[in-house]
Write a protein that binds this ligand. Structure first.
Ligand code: FES
Ligand SMILES: [Fe+2]
Length: 383
């Protein structure tokens, strides 16, 4: 064992681990320090389930997509047998990256020396290897990544040691059953980078406290007050609140209610939005017409890549004028995310100051200290 840096000493985190109304924020180095991020990658990202997209994004046999997450590059591909699999995106010959982006293929061929793999990862072609002694193609299949799914979401576990996905999720599926997420499809995916720590992006997505200040004329009116946070089982948290106007549209949009509600929604679920975070890095929101989810990948302590996915019920996406009607929803997100990102980049710059001190929390942002405590519990050294 090497020397443990002092930044992980338990004494720095006792205030973070208190109940939300008594808690203080994580130390500033949790947002700026490379060593801290490396430990988060190891203990939070590689050790847990990471959402890397949805089954409907690889709908037919041969469809594939690639994802970068926590330093790993992965291929997600649907096989001829209909099963979706994930592989490390590196050739078993001399390591070249095999695929980029997304598309459809009959087999996976390496761009360097043309080794060819089936959609199940087996090596089926390795030119001019007859003279290679003891070389068995069957021993050189693509390295699989552990993959499980829930409601159409695909999750990978990079270190192979996470508990089963169902245990990780706990009662998350029951809380989200009203939205029939298995019947949704991704209609748009954007990837962008923000100059802030990955946790700050999750905080701003989940909390209500900033709405009137950061989004006064765009989306603040869409949200009523949030309910007190519900107690949940599993590695996730959630906040539900009734909508003011549609959470899907800019508040001055004339096209409110143009898109149909999620089929089968009823009761309070039909009048509000549920914001949830599946630890460590999958914030998502279910509202009356749609769902959106994020893949959050820390590139550096102060830089984060975000995959943003807008989803609608399959029946909505099949409407003749869907593409046109969806533009208003996409615009709402473009505007709100730009407003959030501006303030996040200022927050990151502030946190980089050596004079920064710990903060305390409003009850309107209870998710933030809860998320902070989940991180601290796993990252800091034992007491
Ligand atoms: S590195 Fe892939 S075939 Fe050589
Ligand atoms: Fe926001």
């Amino acid at each position: 064992m090497g020397i443990q840096p002092a930044i992980f000493a338990h004494t720095h985190y006792t205030g973070v681990l208190r109940p939300p109304a008594e808690a203080e924020s994580l130390p500033s180095w949790a947002y700026t320090d490379a060593e801290f991020l490396e430990r988060e990658r190891e203990r939070l990202f590689r050790a847990h389930w990471l959402c890397i997209g949805r089954e409907d994004q690889v709908a037919r046999p041969g469809d594939y997509m690639t994802r970068e997450i926590a330093g790993a590059s992965l291929i997600v591909v649907r096989g001829r047998d209909g099963a979706v699999r994930a592989f490390h995106n590196a050739c078993r010959h001399r390591g070249a990256r095999l695929l980029e982006g997304e598309g459809s293929c009959k087999a996976i061929s390496c761009p360097y020396h043309a080794w060819v793999y089936g959609l199940d990862g087996m090596l089926v072609g390795a030119p001019d290897t007859e003279a290679t002694i003891g070389f068995e193609k069957s021993a050189h299949f693509l390295a699989p990544a552990r993959l499980e799914s829930w409601a159409g979401f695909l999750f990978v576990n990079l270190d192979g040691r996470a508990k089963p996905l169902t245990e990780h999720l706990g009662d998350c599926p029951a809380f989200h059953a009203p939205w029939s997420l298995q019947d949704m499809v991704v209609t748009r995916r954007n990837v962008f980078e923000v100059e802030c720590n990955w946790k700050l992006f999750i905080d701003v997505f989940m909390e209500y406290y900033h709405l009137n200040v950061v989004h006064p004329s765009s989306i603040a009116a869409a949200y009523g007050p949030a309910d007190p946070m519900e107690r949940v089982r599993g590695d996730w948290i959630t906040v539900f609140g009734l909508n003011g106007s549609s959470a899907l549209l800019l508040q001055d949009s004339a096209r409110a209610a143009a898109l149909p509600a999620v089929p089968g929604l009823s009761g309070r679920s039909a009048k509000g939005t549920r914001y949830s975070l599946i630890y460590p890095n999958m914030p998502f929101a279910c509202t009356t017409e749609s769902m959106w989810f994020f893949e959050i990948d820390p590139l550096a302590p102060g830089r984060t890549r975000i995959g943003m996915n807008m989803c609608f019920p399959r029946s909505t996406a099949a409407l003749e004028d869907f593409a046109e009607m969806a533009q208003a929803c996409y615009l709402r997100w473009k505007v709100a995310i730009a407003e959030d990102n501006t303030v996040l980049e200022r927050q990151q710059r502030g946190l980089a100051s050596p004079l920064v001190r710990r903060g305390r929390f409003s009850h309107l942002e209870e998710v933030v200290p809860r998320f902070g405590a989940w991180v601290a519990e796993r990252v800091c050294d034992p007491a």
